[in-house]
Design a protein around this ligand. Structure first.
Ligand SMILES: C[S@@+](CC[C@H](N)C(=O)[O-])C[C@H]1O[C@@H](n2cnc3c(N)ncnc32)[C@H](O)[C@@H]1O
Length: 185
């Protein structure tokens, strides 16, 4: 599957979401509580958004493919999953803030993947996490790019769990900074 893959056609032919990836559900388990928010970047047919919302969370599912979003809407019914059609290579759109942001198998399709990583990092709420699943070499680049702005755990060669450090977050309040200082001491 290359960058020119016709996802619209694929999702029209196969609209049913599969199961969420195990590394994702393991990583987000401590964060998944009723009312918590997931941002699912390049959601495809919404396997992660659907699982999150079924467990009581709220999801924002974003993709460039109209067929993908139609499939998400059909699968999620009345669950709180908000779909939005966006080209994630365009950086002028504001991304919703979320407790967990996930970009699973999307970065390798973008012209400027590191730019999306930066925007995704800023979308993470204090205490939250960014989950990236992608090609090993690309995730190596991401780790280098993040430098001291985040701590990370490489769950496997192709899975990266990122926790932004508090100073990298736009809305970290003084009390949140104090809390983080206590937690890490
Ligand atoms: C390999 S699928 C992954 C789907 C989903 N994340 C998953 O893990 O099942 C990649 C998705 O990224 C979307 N995509 C590709 N380029 C995009 C772009 N520039 N902006 C938004 N979505 C894009 C495609 O439409 C497709 O649904």
């Amino acid at each position: 599957m290359g960058p020119r893959h016709d996802f619209d056609r694929e999702w029209r032919e196969h609209p049913t979401p599969g199961s969420p990836a195990l590394w994702v559900t393991r990583a987000w388990a401590p964060a998944l509580q009723p009312g918590r928010v997931l941002l699912d970047l390049g959601c495809g047919t919404g396997r992660h958004s659907l699982a999150w919302a079924k467990a009581g969370g709220i999801a924002h599912a974003i993709d460039a493919s109209a067929a993908a979003l139609a499939a998400v809407a059909a699968a999620c019914g009345a669950l709180p999953v908000h779909t939005r059609r966006l080209d994630l290579d365009q950086s002028h759109h504001r991304l919703p803030r979320a407790d967990v942001v996930i970009a699973a198998r999307i970065l390798y399709l973008l012209e400027a993947p590191l730019q999306l990583v930066d925007r995704a990092l800023h979308a993470v709420r204090p205490g939250g996490m960014l989950l990236l699943g992608d090609q090993t070499t690309l995730l190596d680049e991401v780790q280098q790019h993040l430098g001291g702005r985040a701590s990370w755990q490489r769950a496997s060669a192709s899975h990266l769990l990122v926790r932004p450090l508090v100073d990298a977050l736009p809305d970290a309040t003084p009390s949140h900074r104090a809390y983080c200082a206590t937690e890490s001491s």
